[in-house]
Design a protein around this ligand. Structure first.
Ligand code: PLP
Length: 446
């Protein structure tokens, strides 16, 4: 053990990970060697043993959360962390982490302030709502709204909207967990206002509309407009709650996409409360935003569950910086999600050609499609020039695997006997790292 711990191969590991951790790994490695010898098998020599211990310790104490290059062309890739933050939002989060802030301190009066106050006026401005509140994620926001206003009461939902959004968010289960009672009306494809109205009883708390974010029902369909539902709810003294999902604050038609419903429209149509994510098309950090009527939001702010779901200062700082981009009209140019959606064909093409040339070995530029992802605009695609590397199924699978296992993991997509690298979701400053990773993965497969 002493000779091992004094070995040059372990000095760096000791400095970085601590003597105790290296000693523990060395003890395990020695025990394994003894066992091999007892079984009459060969055991590694001192140098090999020290090197393998160094590798074990280094891997064990490296952060498992790593930066990856997203070459899939899926902009809001849920498994890769959804939205990337703008430069300003990144800096705001770092500042909030590094120093004290007036998070809950009123600098004017020198007294206790409210963390919610930092976002309130921005939320009013960008959504047009009377008031707003932010919690951990949209699942929490919806749960909170239902629990606060429909506990033990009925919530009427169209059968076409009692959906699963993915990652465990299923409308009937969220309703059940919130303590509200699901009342399903209509059919999967056609639900009328009259269906909702016929189900209202003295026990009804709300109509709930849920945006079917990640699928489309088309053809013989009907759903009442939000405005119709808002006036129907108002007449009956119940609420109209709207889980709109993505929190898309810009008009997607301006980017050549289908229309994605916006919180502004929902508020304007008369929804009492609208719920949406911070890290989908809004392009900010993970958060759940509730916008709507002031008395309801005031009531929510005092709810004990808000304390259990409250956002932390880094999220708040990043969300505030993100919302400021919308408030000052620079969202499309500053927020990575919108920059990727709005990327010029010419720029993507230039990068794809440069990549193909650098990769060589049968790489070519072909026309393909990027997608929005993250449960937003499921049937919409953006035409993209991409780099394709041809090969058979198993060769491509093993190339994709080598790309994922490199020092800077690259996640690519495989389509029709080709490995595809999509420049739309790769940050331009990652181009060189991507090319180095691809060349190394190809060379390792030779
Ligand atoms: C994505 C989504 C959710 C869940 O939002 P999170 O922020 O991921 O918790 C809820 N409802 C709808 C309609 C969604 O699209």
């Amino acid at each position: 053990m002493d000779r091992l711990l004094a070995h040059a191969a372990l000095s760096e590991a000791i400095a970085r990970c601590g003597r105790e951790n290296v000693t523990a790994a060395a003890r395990d490695a020695l025990a394994e060697s003894r066992q091999r010898i007892a079984q009459g098998r060969a055991a590694p020599g001192l140098d090999a043993l020290a090197e393998s211990i160094a590798a074990t310790v280094t891997a064990r104490y490296a952060p498992s959360l790593r930066t990856v290059i997203n070459a899939t062309g899926v902009i809001l890739h849920t498994n890769l962390g959804r939205a990337l933050l703008s430069e300003a939002a990144q800096q705001a989060a770092v500042r909030a982490a590094a120093g004290y802030t007036n998070l809950e301190y009123d600098l004017e009066s020198g007294e206790r302030g409210s963390r919610h106050g930092h976002l309130e006026s921005l939320l009013r401005q960008v959504t047009g709502a009377e008031a707003g509140l932010v919690v951990n994620n949209n699942a929490a926001a919806v749960m909170l709204g239902l629990h606060a206003f429909a506990l033990g009461k009925g919530v009427i939902v169209s059968r076409g909207e009692a959906v699963e959004i993915g990652g465990g968010f299923r409308v009937p289960e969220i309703l059940q967990q919130s303590g509200a009672k699901l009342v399903e009306v209509g059919t999967t494809n056609r639900t009328y206002l009259a269906d909702f109205e016929a189900a209202v009883t003295p026990e009804t708390a709300a109509y709930l509309r849920v945006h079917p974010s990640n699928f489309r029902v088309s053809g013989f369909t009907h759903e009442p407009s939000l405005a119709e539902m808002a006036s129907s709810a108002g007449e009956r003294g119940i609420l109209l709650l709207h889980d709109i999902g993505s929190g898309c604050l810009l008009e997607t038609r301006a980017f050549g996409l289908a229309h994605e419903p916006t919180p502004q429209e929902s508020i304007a149509a008369g929804s009492d409360l609208v719920f949406f994510s911070g890290d989908k098309l809004l392009g900010g950090p993970q958060a759940g935003i509730i916008a709507g009527k002031a008395p309801l939001v005031q009531q929510l702010k005092k709810h004990p569950l808000v304390r259990a779901m409250r956002i932390d200062k880094m999220t708040l700082a990043a969300l505030q910086a993100t919302l400021l981009h919308y408030a000052t009209g620079e969202a499309a140019s500053q927020i990575p999600v919108w920059r990727m959606i709005g990327a010029a064909r010419k720029d993507l093409s230039t990068r794809a050609r440069r990549w193909a040339k650098a990769i060589g070995q049968g790489a070519s530029v072909i026309q393909s499609e990027s997608t929005i992802g993250g449960g937003s605009l499921p049937t919409e695609t953006l035409p993209s020039p991409v780099v394709a590397i041809g090969g058979t199924g198993t060769a491509l699978e093993s190339l994709a695997k080598r790309l994922r296992h490199g020092p800077t993991p690259v996640v690519a997509r495989i389509e029709r006997e080709r490995l595809v690298l999509d420049p739309r979701t790769v940050l331009p400053e990652q181009d060189d790292a991507l090319l180095a990773a691809v060349l190394a993965a190809l060379a390792a497969g030779q």
